[in-house]
Design a protein around this ligand. Sequence first.
Ligand SMILES: [Zn+2]
Length: 632
Amino acid sequence: MRVFLLMLLMVSIMGPSAYGQGSLNAIVDGLTNIEYDFSRWPYPLYAEVSERLQELAVQYPEIANLQTIGKTAEGRDIWLMEITSSSTGSGDSKPGLWIDGNLHAHEVNGRVRAMYFIERLLATYGVDEVVTRLIDSRVFYIVPMFDADGGERSLTRHPAWTGHEPNRQAGSDLNGDGYISSMRIKDPDGWWYESPQDSRVMLRLRARDDGRWNYVATEHDETKYWRSSGQQVVGSTTVGAASRWMSTGEGPPPIEHQVPPEERYSIYTEGMDSSYPIDDINLTVNGFERNVGMESPPSDFNRDWGAEWRPDEPGGGPFPFSVPEVRAAAYFITEHKNIFFQYNMHADQTARNYTARPGLHHPYDWMAPEDNEFYTRIGAVWSAMGGGNIIENNYYSQEIAAGAYTDVQHGCEIDWAYISRGIHALMPEGMAIGKDYDGDRYVTVQEILRWNDEDKEGKFWGHWESFQHPTLGVVEIGGPLGIPPALDERMREESNLHYRFLLHIADLAPALKIADLSAERIAEGEYRVVARLQNQGYLATYVSRKALEIRRDNPILARLEIDTGEVLGGGALQNAGHILGKHSYLWRWGAGADESTKTVEWRVRAESGAEVSIEVRAAQAGRDRRTIILEG
Ligand SMILES: [Zn+2]
């Protein structure tokens, strides 16, 4: 009920035209479910997804254009599906939305969601009014398998799985159980300790700035935190959960747990040596390396982007854009100036469910108020649609409130989008394993373990068992085993959520139109041509204040063409600057204000009966063209 009321509230705040023809309701209610197997497991491999993309391009030639934006490190094509109606103009003449999935190797849910988005968009063109309008007026660039190599390694990782190639994997199956899982070894300097609640779960320590070892929020505790803060924030105008509880004095669990050296462990990938230490918190749940790499040094595809990149960032690689896949994507995005939004879908398979916003290391007021307000509004929509926790960033992580903020995650895609390109961006995390036993819409690690034990016969999370290692002595092998199947209903729910939210985002693009074109005779053989330009979209034509600040905005260019005659003074081509969108003037002056038009004038010398055409374009706001006959 609360969700429904908030949706109505959002519509009334923004007014129906912010979404086109009342499209928000249509997006929510007009679900046209297509056939899609959400419980598919094992997940489809690269070859199968590639084949399906090719089939779709053949099946929908008018709206689907499959391209490759480059090659992966191992020589696979990085597929990009471009979806737009070719009958209404080329893709790059329309506002563009970039969507990528499976950027992190093991986050294969991202490829499922991206493929679902593609399938449903294509299948409902001409059927669903909103989809039809968006495909006609926007372009979607979707990369379902960003890290195609890593995805393949993750999905063929275990000896018992199809396609397994031992020489492509880090680690090996020492105990012969069919899995390459984890080895833990007692180590007084180790970063891990055993959860007091379940001995299978390993929790991570982290050093504070003062060098003291401290308890930090773990998956389990973090879940409690996210859950409580998320509930408080729904319906409020506060963007982030964290800022909310910081202001109310509520915080994460107190720092109280000092772990003695004899209870600490180091964890490695199961294998002949300790070449592959595990130091990522996600691995407590997943048991997979990010971008499972045999290369040295391994790079994290979401630490390699050239904004706020740091050489000391774990996974940052030797220099920005050192990863060919990241370079290919950045090149495509830079070349396509029409892209106004980047959606970088993650699927950590942890219990977290949120979407991160750019400025990962900055308080919200670091961002221009107008941009900050934009994230507040889309965050409220995300939450109202069922997105769980509202938009977050790292600065407001639980650790900073605990006085132990660790400044990590530099060089991320969304920061590059916003900071270097002035493009709005979001980084949603997903969760699609486990079971929500208590019905609170969040799944804790304890609930994942219970699901593993009761529904999955313990197949996805093992106990630690002692093993005599050939060179390392006694070790224990166990932990998470393999990529578990997504639960059908949750995968369906999440895929629908992202689908609907993305249509909403697409709807917020600036939309440049010639609202009115007139000409009057001002002297013998001389006319004044006046075009009234309008931004019918939600965002301003500059998209973000950041874009203006870094001069990556794409101004409106208006060109006059005349069949017989000449343009007097000023030239045929004019830079018309920018026009605010509904967001800008709502935010500045409130409902009722309208700064969405701008007038451009030319003087021409021509005979009566001459034909004058005006074409306007702004890279991220689309194009429009109108013709008038000079008379009088
Ligand atoms: Zn990820």
